[in-house]
Design a protein around this ligand. Sequence first.
Ligand code: NAD
Ligand code: TDX
Length: 341
Amino acid sequence: MRILVTGGAGFIGSNFIRQMLAEHPEHEVLNLDSLTYAGNLENLQGLETEPRYAFVRGDICDQDLLKGLTFDAIIHFAAESHVDRSILDSSPFLQTNITGTKNLLELARARRCRMLHVSTDEVYGSIAEGQFTEMSPLSPNSPYAASKASSDLFARAYHETYGVDVVITRCSNNYGPYQFPEKLIPLMIANALAGKSLPVYGDGKNVRDWIHVADHCRAVALAFHKGRAGEVYNIGGRNEQQNIGIIRMILETISERLGSDREALMGLITYVTDRPGHDRRYAIDPLKTESELGWKPLVGFEEGIASTVDWYLANRAWWGRILSGEYMTYYETQYRQRLGS
Ligand code: NAD
Ligand code: TDX
């Protein structure tokens, strides 16, 4: 099967493509990514010569381009994914997350193929106690979450109205290698290593359910292969953590690894003005995914944070090129090299 993976140059998409190619020799992957600020082909370095992998630079909002692609199924990761950016300007979120998703649903409808839509637990909004199940109402609070809830509901509607073979996954907060250093965990690691302050929004006690990206990717593959059409699957780590606790854990690990002064690192923690509309707690029940798809997370949080810190320590050049902006030219440089100029 030739699978169209959208957003494969981003954090989760690139981890997914590597895992899919390694674990499913029966599949080919066509990666469609427009390479926004969050897209980085360096995340897929080494796959250029893989015969089961191909890359097309293109926008999911470009319907003519979509019509020209050859594939048997779609796994849709492409999105504007950062809440803080959506608060500054929601326009690209509406365009990519809603219009782009609707274009892909049309494509799946025309080709009569399966489309897995990667949604998020943020569509449920915040919950004081208990956990959201797949039946819980959607109550998104940020412009990002509203755009993802909209695309999630379009996916559902295309199944109900046109019978499109749609599967929806709603995952909690991911962490791991290749995450863009604007998100909490890589931002804190990069800032701590540079001796910069660590901005903690509000009181730092907001809770997220964290999952290692490799566990999320395995669940997406299972939902793609075994999920029932029209169904939603929550993917969560059963791992609730307060932001401040995670930051302290990261600093402990850095201090241990580098022998640097623990107190000096802790002194970098700086409480700043809260994110507007900051959701207090996310918690989802992944029971359906566990029982129906036979999935469970394999990476423990302490072990996952330690290996993630180690990855960022070993790959300073990768995130250094992001911070300097140099990564933006990676595609052009590679393209010129291939042309031999
Ligand atoms: P990311 O921002 O790291 O990557 C997004 C990718 O999509 C980038 O490569 C970007 O270039 C590409 N893209 C953006 N707009 C595009 C367009 N119009 N056409 C083609 N490509 C485009 O995001 P991520 O963290 O890897 O998230 C991937 C998906 O998973 C998103 O749909 C996100 O909502 C969802 N998700 C993320 C998390 C998380 O914790 N990061 C949790 C649950 C769900
Ligand atoms: O500098 C920061 N300081 C801080 O306190 C940043 C960047 C974040 N935070 C807090 C806000 C959140 O409570 O950390 C928590 C995590 O923030 P993000 O990494 O921005 O993630 P979040 O807003 O929870 O959304 C993420 O999870 C769900 C992803 O970005 C989404 O794409 C996904 O859908």
